[in-house]
Design a protein around this ligand. Structure first.
Ligand SMILES: [Cu+2]
Length: 256
């Protein structure tokens, strides 16, 4: 009797784990458009691969118990006798999940933070050197982006963010009213826009791309900031360096 339940739960656990891990391997992630996206996706995938067996175990045990020992017919007038003491299952559970938690705090937790903070890594939330700097200003409910040589892009003027591929692009981010957040899904990078303080976000796009083909190429406010928060977005286009320069020159001489 006891053995039958153990085998059933083990099979259910194995099946749920297999389904979960297959979903991770199936790669349902959005477009990977930058070095940062590669790093963050690999970290996310690693955490999912570790976490899915733990989650599947809980679901298997709770689900199996709820279905197998549910009350049929008339409800009993009182609870059964209390269960005291542990045994080997909760001990192993504590040891394994505790070890996993400590492990992921160190890797990729602390190691990832160290990499982000090291400006030598070439990306992150610091003031490191960049090939191109764009000043982003958020306000309710729109963005403006100031490029070198006085070009300003905003959704109000039908603009789009154009940046060159294989270059380090730094956004210097400000807000003039409430807290907003600059987010470009294809790059997996996001930084809050705070009134009275400049924050930084550096991205290193690796692929050409445009919003018209792929909606993860867009700037989107990611901090609920009021009525038109969801409309606070602009298309993004990643182009070659030559195309970027031509685009910038065209705008600087009074184009769109
Ligand atoms: Cu906003």
């Amino acid at each position: 009797m006891h053995g039958k339940h153990l085998v059933s739960v083990a099979l259910l656990w194995a099946g749920l784990t297999a389904v979960g891990e297959l979903l991770v391997i199936a790669d349902l992630f959005p477009t990977v458009g930058s070095h940062e996206a590669e790093d963050f996706d690999s970290i996310f995938r690693f955490l999912l691969l570790l976490g899915i067996p733990v989650f599947a175990f809980v679901i298997a045990v709770v689900g199996y118990a709820a279905l197998t020992w549910r009350v049929r017919g008339e409800r009993p007038p009182e609870d059964g006798p209390p269960i005291r003491g542990g045994g080997w299952v909760p001990r192993i559970w504590l040891a394994v999940t505790g070890a996993l938690a400590v492990f992921v705090m160190i890797y990729p937790g602390l190691t990832g933070l160290a990499k982000l903070q090291a400006s030598a890594s070439g990306y992150g939330w610091g003031e490191e050197q960049a090939d191109l700097e764009i000043n982003a200003t958020a306000f309710m409910w729109q963005w403006t982006f100031d490029y070198p040589n006085g070009v300003q892009v905003s959704a109000a003027k039908g603009g789009e963010i154009v940046i060159p591929v294989d270059r380090k692009v730094r956004f210097n981010v400000n807000s003039i009213d409430v807290v907003h957040s600059l987010w470009i899904p294809a790059f997996r990078m996001k930084i809050d826009a705070l009134p009275g303080r400049t924050t930084y976000m550096t991205v290193h796009p690796t692929e050409l791309g445009a919003y018209t083909e792929d909606q993860s190429y867009r700037v989107q406010c990611a901090e609920l900031c009021g009525l038109d928060h969801s409309k606070m977005w602009l298309p993004v286009r990643v182009v070659t360096q030559a195309e970027y320069e031509a685009w910038l020159a065209g705008l600087a001489t009074g184009g769109k």
